[in-house]
Design a protein around this ligand. Structure first.
Ligand code: GDD
Ligand code: MG
Length: 364
């Protein structure tokens, strides 16, 4: 437990989104379960929450809800007690928080931590909670700064840290300071969100609280922060964890410039580096180059292939001489010999790209 832990703190983890921007990876696996630095993404968030004293977490599930419990069970293995609350139809972030609150034991005046399920953050959760309690706020939002605030919730504050507006995905941001997706709610404020209705905390609850003069507080810091919702951010997150740019108690073993899980078969004549993670039973053959990438279990990178800043889904294969850069290759897909994929390309699960005859024949 860290010095700044808050014993007995309960949390809600929002994990019901469809992960649309990460398709096709999220067609078969929800975003929070995608392998990240060798473990399901959420394992990093769970371990971090635990290090700040959280012992009980309620998962707010919807999309592929049934896939979570087989992975995390009752949480005992992680030193946690886990509960699963499922929305039959997605209720939005606010409706999900209200629904999940049925699984809390916190009293009305207690603080409750709420986490978006796709965030890597190095901030001091204990300090955020203490700030919330000291100021007796209704909600305290973790804020960070990004270059392009239009993709996030833009959150201006006054000199005392009071949030003066909440502008979700506005084309006219008034500050670079954004909602970092980690909230401390006073429990009674959650109980006031309408039940069984679709509600957005970003578009309804927060603006409503601000409008009615309640204290919505910003907790700003400049530590590591990343939303892994896009393919580029997802590979960056895994890479940063492997390279130790963000410490995580959930890393499956010691890492250097790459991480290979037990049972991975990496040729000594292959070059695997820049924070790549190689899943179990995955094969990287001699002369292959894998840089900054996530290779899921059972995928194969054949001799002489190059994979850079990309994600290979489970059982995907990149054949000899192929070049894959800034790409997402779905589960079981095959990139035939000699193909050179354009940056940003996504190959759907099971698709087989035939050998690229011209390039391949000129290579041999
Ligand atoms: N249970 C449930 N039900 N969860 C949901 C639902 C729902 O209907 N909709 C979204 N979620 C979960 C997602 O799984 C994710 O963990 C979290 O809520 C946020 O959804 P995203 O789809 O990732 O939102 P975003 O990244 O566009 O924006 C949000 O996060 C930004 C920070 O990364 C907003 O909160 C922004 O204001 C914020 O800046
Ligand atoms: Mg997100």
């Amino acid at each position: 437990m860290t010095e700044t832990s808050v014993p007995g703190l309960e949390a809600i983890l929002l994990v019901g989104g469809q992960g649309t921007r990460l398709r096709p990876l999220t067609l078969g696996t929800p975003k929070p379960l995608l392998p990240t630095a060798g473990v399901p993404f959420l394992a990093h968030q769970l371990a971090r929450a635990r290090s700040f004293g959280v012992r009980r977490i309620v998962f707010a599930t919807s999309y592929k809800a049934a896939m979570f419990e087989p992975v995390f069970g009752d949480g005992a293995e992680f030193g946690l007690s886990l509960e699963y609350m499922t929305e039959e139809t997605p209720l939005g972030t606010g409706g999900a928080i209200r629904n999940a609150a049925e699984g809390l034991t916190a009293a009305p005046t207690d603080p409750v931590l709420v986490l978006n399920g796709d965030i890597l953050s190095g901030h001091d959760i204990g300090d955020q909670v203490r700030t919330h309690l000291a100021r007796n706020a209704a909600v305290t939002l973790h804020l960070t700064e990004v270059d392009d605030p239009t993709r996030f919730g833009c959150v201006p504050t006054d000199d005392d840290g009071r949030v003066t507006a909440f502008l979700e995905k506005t084309s006219n941001p008034v500050t670079n300071r954004i909602n970092a997706g980690c909230y401390v709610f006073t429990r009674s404020v959650i109980d006031r969100i309408p039940r069984d209705e679709v509600v957005s905390v970003e578009r309804e609850t927060f603006p409503g609280l601000i409008e009615s003069g309640e204290l919505v507080l910003g907790y700003h810091d400049r530590t590591y922060w990343l939303d892994v919702g896009t393919p580029a951010a997802f590979v960056q997150g895994s890479r940063d964890l492997v390279l130790g740019r963000l410490a995580s108690p959930a890393l499956p073993g010691p890492t250097g410039d790459h991480l290979a899980l037990d049972g991975a078969d990496v040729s000594p004549e292959a070059k695997v580096n820049n924070g790549s993670a190689v899943g179990s039973r995955a094969v990287v053959e001699a002369g292959a180059v894998v840089s900054g990438s996530v290779l899921s279990d059972e995928c194969v990178v054949e001799a002489g292939a190059t994979v850079t800043d990309s994600v290979l889904g489970r059982g995907a294969r990149v054949c000899s001489g192929a070049v894959v850069r800034d790409a997402v290759i779905g589960d079981g897909a095959v990139v035939g010999p000699g193909n050179e994929l354009q940056a940003g390309i996504r190959v759907w699960p099971g698709v087989r790209l035939p050998a690229c005859a011209v390039r391949w024949s000129s290579d041999i």
